[in-house]
Structures are given as structure tokens and as C-alpha cells.
Design a binder for this molecule. Structure first.
Ligand SMILES: Nc1ncnc2c1ncn2[C@@H]1O[C@H](COP(=O)(O)OP(=O)(O)OP(=O)(O)O)[C@@H](O)[C@H]1O
Ligand SMILES: [Mg+2]
Length: 410
């Protein structure tokens, strides 16, 4: 389909302001513009782009600029719903359709009648669900699980993915007919590394947001740091930039950051990252690698900190309390702060502080042990809440469920 890209800049500005989208890169503006232009036409839209590029803004733009804006908008993360319940979640079920179905239930396709459904991580949909979805797209018809009655619904579908859908089709994991139905209009979100000065604009915005959140003075970036920001590959795109600026904002509050400081927060072997647009929708190795890398870098920093703490302990002047900051995985500062009081030669930890002694033995573990340990600790920190744990580890809930099973962490 041909879409004219001469959308009035006023509407693009309005969408950016409403959602807090930062950036002026032509490819980003073209994507926002395209979303606005297709919004009044009831076509399915597929949003593609690497992980962390900001795909989740686009279905919201499409809904809010469409005539459906006063009706429901439901976002469904297809990767987070267990395979056994996804049909019932999406299409509803009748009483007695399966063990535990004590009453009938409406699915999202019935709930959102007249509105928009955003199917995030659409490549994760099981093949049986793909067949049901195709039917809705073709005829607006669906059948609740355990029912024989055909129902009608009027839904606009916007889907998003960070995987290579053509490869998924080629491998038989995604129906070709459904792929073409979903991607009547394709909107591609550019990777951060291709957005030039937007990287600096985003870094400034996040620095000011986090200064406000943590009630500190915002960090600033000198020229060498800005140059490094522009040169780095950003495999995790805007999400990674945001995480890094959050860490720097916590530990370097108010400082002017140069390239050396910035670099100490950036993974060094970044060159081993591959873009997240991979051929592997059901097993996202790059996300799992990222957990391991995050953890290894955190450990490295903790070991360095420990070393300098020990040096302080043994030095004759080492009598003042030293605060050791470990690199946090999320925004919970209290658990990443360990206070050493050399005078009494003992380590006091806040209740939920990272157990450095426990973490340090990880260096003699296998990678699998390390991954298991990271997941276990994150689950503990989050009181067993899987959603929060998946968010902290930057993996999908489905990957987390699989890992919990695999490592017997239930
Ligand atoms: N242009 C932008 N301006 C401001 N914030 C942004 C921008 N792009 C992305 N972000 C922020 O970056 C984070 C990641 O964005 P988002 O969750 O939309 O990524 P995604 O493309 O859906 O990634 P994934 O494929 O891993 O789900 C969010 O916190 C989002 O608010
Ligand atoms: Mg997303």
C-alpha cells in the first residue's frame, strides 16, 4: 500500500508531545507520520524494529488518531501468556470448557469490540491461535473456547514484533497467510544507532527525568561523552540508553560525565551483540545473553569495589565508612548499596541489599549456574512476582516461565 508521507508536522508534534516521544531523525518522524496517516483507515498494521526502539508508542498513536479513540484499547503481550490459556484470554470461553472454567468469560476480542487490540510480540502466538486470529481478520468472526456459536466483533488490529517474520514464516513457525494479513501496512522503527543527534537528545531527557525521580541534580555530558554516545552500537536501543542513564544518574548525580565514566557503564564486549531482529522468535538468545552480560559486568564492578574496600581496610587511614555502590539492574537503590564500617571489621547490609559474598562465588560457576542464580536472586528480590522479575531481567515473561521450569525454581 502506498502511503503519502506529507503529514502535517503539527499532528506529528502533537503525537510526540502526548506520548513523550523524543527525536527528530527523519526515519522516526516518517514512522510517526505513517502511523497518523493510516490511523483512520481500518487496516491491520505491523510494527517492526529491534528490541527497545519504542514500538509500543505506535499502536497508541494509531488508536488515538482513529475514530475508535473513544472505544477500548487493549494491549496484549502474546509472549507473556502461557500457551494453554491464550485462546481463552483472547477469545473467551464457555463455562465448563476446561477444568477450572467455572463460569463463561469474555475474551479481549469481545471486550474491545469497536476498539483496537495491540498484539505485542505477535511472533510468539501458537499456531492454533494464529488460525483463530486469521479468521477474525478475514471475517470478523470468532468462537469462544468450548462453544459452537460463531460471534462477530469489530476490531482494529495493530501488531508488533522484533523478530524476522519472513524467517519465522520460512521456518513454519508463523502462518504466511496471517503474516500478509497482519502486515497490510508495515511501519519500521529505526534502530537508535541510526538516529544521529537524537541519541544525545534522549540522553538529556532521561538525565532530567531521573534527576527528578531521584531528587538529585541532573548529570551533564561533556563533548567526549556525547561523541561516545553517537559511536556506540546500542544493541538494546532506547531501552538500553535509558537504563545506562539511570545508573549514571544514581551514582554520578550532578557530575559532568566524560567518555571514560560513560564507558565504564557501557558493556565492553558490545561488539559480540547481534541485532535483536533475529531468526529465533521462540528462543530469544540475545535477551538471555544480555542477562548474563549485565550480571558479569555487575560482578566485575563489585569485585573491583570489594578490592578497593579491602585495600582501605588494610590501610592505616582506612577508618572511615566507605559506601560501595554496585551497578543496579533496576531502580531499587537500597538493595544495591552496601555499607562497610572498617572500624568494626564487619559488613552491615540493609535487609534487601545484594549479598556480595554470595554473588562473588559465582565466578567459579558455569554459565548455567550463573543464569540460574541471577534468576533466583531476582525472583527473591521481587517477592516471587514474575512480571516484575521478567521486567528487571529484561526478558519476556514466557522466557522467564521456561527458565523457572528448566531450573526447578518453582
Ligand atoms: N523516542 C523515544 N522517546 C522517549 N522514550 C523512548 C523513545 N523510544 C523508546 N523510548 C523508551 O524506551 C523504552 C523501550 O521502548 P519500548 O518498550 O516501546 O520498546 P519495544 O520496541 O517495544 O521493545 P521490545 O521489542 O523489546 O518489546 C520505553 O521505556 C520507552 O518509553
Ligand atoms: Mg515491546
Amino acid at each position: 500500500m502506498q502511503v503519502n508521507l506529507t503529514e502535517a508536522p503539527a499532528e506529528v508534534q502533537q503525537a510526540k508531545m502526548r506520548l513523550g516521544i523524543v527525536g527528530n531523525a527523519p526515519a522516526l518522524i516518517a514512522a510517526v507520520s505513517r502511523a497518523i496517516q493510516v490511523s483512520p483507515i481500518d487496516l491491520s498494521v505491523l510494527i517492526t524494529g529491534e528490541s527497545g526502539t519504542g514500538k509500543e508508542f505506535f499502536p497508541k498513536i494509531i488508536h488515538s488518531f482513529s475514530s475508535r479513540k473513544h472505544n477500548k484499547y487493549i494491549a496484549v503481550n502474546c509472549g507473556a501468556i502461557p500457551e494453554g490459556t491464550i485462546d481463552s484470554e483472547l477469545f473467551g470461553h464457555e463455562k465448563g470448557a476446561f477444568t477450572g472454567a467455572v463460569s463463561s468469560r469474555k475474551g479481549y476480542f469481545e471486550e474491545a469490540d469497536g476498539g483496537t487490540i495491540f498484539l505485542d510480540e505477535v511472533a510468539e502466538l501458537p499456531l492454533t491461535t494464529q488460525a483463530r486470529l486469521l479468521r477474525v481478520l478475514e471475517s470478523g468472526e470468532f468462537i469462544k473456547v468450548g462453544s459452537s456459536t460463531v460471534q462477530k466483533t469489530n476490531i482494529r488490529i495493530v501488531a508488533a514484533t522484533n523478530v524476522n517474520m519472513l524467517k519465522a514464516v520460512e521456518d513454519g513457525r508463523f502462518r504466511e497467510d496471517l503474516y500478509y494479513r497482519l502486515s497490510t501496512v508495515l511501519i519500521s522503527i529505526p534502530p537508535l544507532r541510526d538516529r544521529g543527534n537524537d541519541i544525545v537528545l534522549l540522553a538529556r531527557k532521561f538525565a532530567s527525568d531521573f534527576a527528578e525521580k531521584y531528587r538529585t541534580t541532573a548529570i551533564s555530558l561533556d563533548e567526549s561523552a556525547r561523541r561516545l554516545l553517537m559511536q556506540y552500537r546500542w544493541p538494546g536501543n532506547v531501552r538500553q540508553l535509558k537504563n545506562i542513564i539511570e545508573q549514571i544518574s544514581l551514582f554520578e548525580a550532578g557530575n559532568e560525565i566524560d567518555d571514560a565514566v560513560l564507558e565504564s557503564y557501557i558493556p565492553h564486549n558490545a561488539t559480540v551483540y547481534t541485532p535483536t531482529v533475529t531468526a529465533e522468535p521462540s528462543h530469544n538468545y540475545s535477551q538471555e545473553r544480555e542477562i548474563l552480560f549485565n550480571m558479569i559486568f555487575r560482578m566485575q564492578r563489585e569485585i573491583d569495589n570489594l578490592r578497593s574496600a579491602i585495600d582501605n581496610l588494610s590501610s592505616p587511614n582506612g577508618t572511615t565508612a566507605v559506601e560501595i555502590h554496585t551497578s543496579p539492574v533496576s531502580d531499587d537503590i537500597s538493595r544495591s548499596l552496601v555499607r562497610y564500617t572498617p572500624a568494626i571489621q564487619e559488613i552491615h547490609q540493609p535487609e534487601n541489599a545484594v549479598d556480595i559474598t554470595a554473588d562473588s562465588h559465582i565466578s567459579s560457576m558455569t554459565l548455567e549456574d550463573t543464569e540460574r542464580e541471577t534468576i533466583k536472586q531476582s525472583l527473591e528480590r521481587n517477592g516471587g512476582r514474575r512480571k516484575a522479575t521478567a521486567k528487571e531481567l529484561n526478558i519476556s515473561e514466557r522466557t522467564l516461565y521456561r527458565k523457572i521450569k528448566e531450573y526447578g525454581l518453582e
